[in-house]
Design a protein around this ligand. Structure first.
Ligand code: HEM
Length: 337
């Protein structure tokens, strides 16, 4: 049995304090805007797109997060109470900044906007690989900037910038994360970075509910929009559900807050299931379904759109508030998002 004694936790700011660190985030936001503009040119688009995750696969406005009736007391915080049902809009995406065919190797993302009382919302963002290639926000943005250059010299330039060990570690993580998908309903998703859950740091994961009585071999059509079409076929016949689970911080070595490249192993920080995300059976390709998808695509999702008790933690996550905000402003996110 793993030692699950929790240690006190803290955040360590780049440059020694929040103000200095925040200065660095302005530069990261500018670097990501340069990438956004290059992607727009490359795609031949007239308007800027999301700097990452530009292609929406599925968008629905009628999902629900149903918290478990026996939600453990320590996870019962704010709107996450036993039996609570929260309405949710969901955007599934391909991770690439330039829209690609769905059968291309890529990571996939899920962005969830939970509806809270008084018109507030709470966003949860996850990707279908458990760990980030980047230890921190600088590495993330530098990697993305280097990846924009000539692909023939990419590895060489990465090694020159990060050194051989870190460069190879990052390439391996990215290559492992980028793969074709057998269907969005089969994917698990991870927050990868830490966030506060009341008083202590956690990471989140979503695991697909696999019903052994249902044939899981639903095909993903080999078309440009195959993941959307495959998911539409599934939703035409049944709802799709994922279990939300929480891993709790133990200590900076095994479950680091500041190093997003370290996986919080399930054997070390066992996930505790707390609720079910349900997407009702529906026709997402009907006129109404496509209207809902277009609406979701206009919404800005940001991990910092969260009540203070669920503040994102760690350098990689602290940077995201400003970086996502700048990206969304440039592509013209809906002001009501
Ligand atoms: C490490 C954990 C991370 C996860 C799980 C994650 C996940 C996601 C997801 C799911 C989206 C799509 C949101 C949508 O559907 O609107 C997204 C978008 C984006 N991500 Fe991340 N991301 C991570 C880290 C980062 C970092 C470190 C940066 C840069 C500092 C970054 C930059 C962006 C940008 C610029 C967008 C587009 C936002 C917009 O234009 O609205 N991400 N990310």
């Amino acid at each position: 049995m793993a030692n699950i004694e929790k240690k006190p936790w803290t955040e360590v700011y780049d440059g020694g304090g929040p103000e200095v660190e925040r200065e660095g985030f302005h530069q990261l936001a500018r670097a990501m805007l340069d990438i956004q503009e290059k992607n727009r040119e490359f795609a031949g688009a007239s308007q800027a797109m999301r700097t990452l995750h530009s292609k929406i696969l599925v968008g629905v406005t009628n999902a629900e997060l149903r918290m478990d009736l026996d939600l453990p007391h320590s996870f019962s915080v704010c709107h996450f109470t036993p039996g609570e049902v929260l309405g949710a809009a969901i955007r599934f995406s391909n991770a690439s900044g330039v829209p690609k065919r769905d059968d291309a190797a890529d990571m996939r993302g899920i962005a969830i906007k939970l509806a809270l009382p008084h018109g507030q919302s709470h966003d949860l963002l996850m990707t279908n690989y458990p760990v980030s290639h980047a230890r921190n926000a600088n590495q993330f943005v530098q990697f993305a900037t280097i990846a924009m250059g000539d692909s023939a010299t990419f590895k060489e330039r990465l090694v020159a910038h990060f050194g051989a060990d870190d460069a190879m570690r990052m390439i391996t993580a990215v290559m492992n994360g980028m793969r074709p998908s057998a269907g969005l309903q089969t994917e698990a998703f991870w927050s990868r970075g830490a966030l506060l859950w009341g008083t202590f740091p956690v990471r989140l994961l979503l695991r697909p509910c696999i019903d052994s009585n249902v044939d899981q071999s639903e095909a993903v059509p080999a078309t440009a929009d195959g993941l959307r079409e495959g998911f539409a076929n599934v939703l035409n016949t049944r709802p799709v559900a994922f279990r939300l689970a929480i891993q709790s911080y133990l200590d900076e070595e095994r479950t680091p807050i500041e190093d997003a490249a370290v996986e919080w192993l399930e054997s070390v920080a066992p996930p505790v299931e707390v609720g079910t995300l349900v997407i009702p059976s529906q026709n997402i390709l009907s006129e109404d379904g496509l209207r809902a998808m277009a609406h979701v695509n206009e919404l800005a999702f940001n991990p910092w759109n969260a009540p203070p008790l669920f503040r994102p933690l760690g350098n990689i996550n602290r940077a995201r508030g400003e970086v996502y905000g700048a990206s969304a402003k440039a592509w013209g996110a809906s002001p009501h998002g």
